[in-house]
Design a protein around this ligand. Structure first.
Ligand SMILES: Cc1ncc(C[n+]2csc(CCOP(=O)(O)OP(=O)(O)O)c2C)c(N)n1
Length: 639
């Protein structure tokens, strides 16, 4: 590393000669590779955007010119160039830098991100604000081809073209989402690539024709007319120009000089929005990554030479895997089941269904809202759609859940992976709100399994139930319980009594059930007996059991891996209040308080909020002490 050592900020980069930039990019690439081999991260996505980051910070006066990255998972080169080079090894770790973009992390992160397709909307807002304030800086959005197909990006393009706002959109087109990109827009972008190939070929032919004496010129004219006709049919004019954008491209997205030239050209366009189309390769610079960029979108640590992952010893299968396999098992028996994912086939386990049942499985792209309403349409005609969407991404489709599914009481199933603390991906990816947002919607069933075995039963129960139903489960490996039994039907609204006794009941939801059991065992060693309930359902609640507990116990502790506001514990409190039992028993709710949860190892974060066996153990003892104090004071008053 020679050039990079002296680049503390983009201002240093801009002091270099343009001829040096390709070397800077190479140094950055090596540094990303070496670092990711050790700590893991969004390796492939970031390797593909190295030259883009260099060219953007070189061509624009950042942070005066505003640069808005979409998603932010591909922005490691941007982080390196903006003073975070030394911090890169800490990426996604607790106390380290974010894996995405955060305004509080750097003035160069002009807009926080993590979810896709927001950049053009945010950039358009900034551009309009600039114009209102009479300022003159550039506003640039950088967006991937898959994120461009997301609804919000399309809505923003529609408005930007209409307003004719000065705005630069740089398209990082690598033909990939996490999985291969899907949809008609992908086909359209491919046609642009092909048309350019055709143009290059035509240019060569034209030159050769012109070189032929006498007939050459006539042939050349004919060829040119044909070329123009093809261009009109397939070039961006068909979409971009019609929507009021100018188009520059395409550009080799790994040629810094060509990129800088294109970006400077874009700066000259002051009378409306312009799109700069850069072609890139995901995983650029590592042979293993370039050959399998699907797997390399994000990686754990790997062997730098071979690219082989450095795996930790085999554990229980992930919830995602068990979900994907169980879904296929059920699809094999019930032809009405349809599997849906929104650009996360691997992340949700739907990849298996896409392979085994291609005509009944759909990857709709980064389009969660569409996915839900599409599912509603399928269900109206009698099919049983299962939407496998991360808890955090389903937030996007809240209105569709209400308006299109629940108001019409349609038979759509929601399987929310990453329900809980997501770990290194941090605040934008934690799934802490789904209990609250699902619970409030009439007609929706809300459930969470205690482990991967029960998840199989719940999935079966959901698809057999007629009406909207949702299930959340956490990121990562299951508990290791047997999963070879056929899934069984669970009684809806029925909790499971796992341990009985004492004056205390710990009522745990989903991922918190096993820690609660462990806590009860530890309490027993201290001479404190506790009842442990696996709630299974947040809606409908097992009111019979909960009301009985309220009448017989001194303390009920609810535990959930979610925000407390509106969560499972709130549901229990509401039930007690509705039945006039709110003063009969002390209720302590354990969960996440009203604050943004940072990134870091999920276990560590959960422990910080007391959401593990030790935390539950401590909380129960503290709560008991408070009760004892209160009892002692009351007795004193009475005496
Ligand atoms: C709303 C939303 N859905 C899903 C995701 C998960 N996700 C992260 S990156 C990504 C692919 C983005 O593809 P593209 O925009 O083409 O960028 P690339 O990774 O190819 O550079 C997806 C689906 C997300 N971040 N946000």
């Amino acid at each position: 590393m020679t050039l990079l050592q002296n680049i503390k900020s983009p201002a240093d980069l801009r002091k270099l000669k343009i001829d040096q930039l390709q070397d800077v990019a190479e140094e950055i690439r090596q540094y990303i590779l070496e670092t990711m081999a050790r700590v893991g991260g969004h390796t492939g996505a970031s390797l593909g955007a190295v030259e883009l980051a260099v060219a953007l910070h070189y061509a624009f006066e950042t942070p005066h010119d505003r640069l808005v990255w979409d998603v932010g998972h591909q922005a490691y080169a941007h982080k390196i160039l903006t003073g975070r080079r030394e911090a890169l090894p800490t990426v996604k770790q607790y106390g380290g830098i974010s894996g995405f973009l955060r305004r509080d992390e750097s003035e160069f992160d002009t807009f926080g991100a993590g979810h896709a397709s927001t950049s053009i909307s945010a950039a358009l807002g900034m551009a309009i604000a600039r114009d209102r304030k009479g300022e003159d800086h550039n506003v640039v959005a950088l967006i991937g081809d898959s994120s461009l197909a997301g609804g919000m990006a399309m809505e923003a393009i529609n408005q930007a073209g209409h307003l004719k706002t000065r705005l630069i959109v740089v398209l990082n087109d690598n033909e990939m989402s996490i999985a291969p990109a899907v949809g008609a827009l992908t086909g359209y972008l491919n046609r642009i690539r092909e048309a350019h190939g055709y143009h290059r070929f035509k240019d060569e032919v034209e030159e050769k024709l012109l070189a032929i004496p006498s007939v050459g010129e006539r042939l050349h004219h004919a060829a040119k007319a044909m070329k123009d006709a093809i261009a009109a049919a397939v070039l961006p004019g068909a979409l971009v120009n019609e929507l009021g954008f100018k188009y520059i491209g395409y550009v080799d997205g790994h040629n810094v000089k060509a990129l800088v030239k294109a970006l400077r050209e874009a700066q000259q366009i002051k009378d409306g929005p312009v799109i700069v189309h850069a072609l890139t390769t995901k995983g650029k610079g590592h042979p293993a990554a370039e050959n399998d960029y699907y797997k390399w979108h994000a990686t754990g640590p790997f062997d730098l030479k071979t690219g082989k992952p450095i795996k930790s010893p085999a554990k229980a299968p992930t919830y995602t895997k068990v979900f994907g396999d169980t879904l296929c098992e059920l699809m094999a028996k019930d032809e009405k089941i349809v599997a849906l994912t929104a650009a996360m086939p691997d992340g949700t386990g739907v990849c298996e269904a896409l392979t085994q049942f291609p005509s009944r499985s759909f990857d709709v792209g980064i389009a969660e809202q569409h996915c839900v309403t599409f599912a509603a349409g399928l269900s109206v005609e009698g099919l049983k759609p299962v939407c496998a969407i991360y808890s955090t991404f389903l937030q996007r489709a809240f209105d569709q859940v209400i308006h299109d599914v629940c108001i019409q009481d349609l038979n759509v199933k929601f399987c929310m992976d990453r329900g809980g603390v997501a770990g290194g991906d941090g605040p934008t990816h934690h799934g802490l709100l789904d209990i609250a947002y699902m619970r409030g919607v009439p007609n929706m069933l809300v459930m969470a399994p205690k482990d991967e075995g029960e998840m199989r039963d719940m999935l079966y129960t959901m698809v057999e139930h007629v009406g909207p139903a949702s299930m959340r489960y956490p990121r990562g490996n299951g508990i290791g319980v047997p999963i070879d039994q056929p899934p069984r039907l669970l009684e809806i609204g029925k909790a499971e009594l796992l341990r009985d006794g004492g004056e205390i009941a710990v009522v745990a939801y989903g991922s918190m059930v096993h820690p609660a059991l462990q806590a009860a065992e530890n309490l027993a060693k201290d001479g404190i007996e506790a009842t442990v309930i696996n709630a299974r359902f947040a809606k409908p609640l097992d009111s019979g059991l909960l009301l009985a507990l309220a009448r017989t116990k001194r303390l009920i502790v609810t535990v959930e891996e979610a925000y407390l506001a509106g969560g499972f514990g709130s549901a229990v409190l509401e039930l007690l209040e509705e039945n006039g039992l709110q003063d009969k028993v002390r209720v302590v709710r354990m969960g996440i308080p009203d604050r943004i949860v940072t990134h870091g190892d999920a276990k560590l974060l959960l422990a910080k909020y007391g959401l593990d066996a030790d935390g539950i153990h401590t909380k129960v003892k503290e709560s008991l002490e408070i009760l004892e104090d209160r009892r002692a004071r009351q007795e004193k008053v009475r005496a």
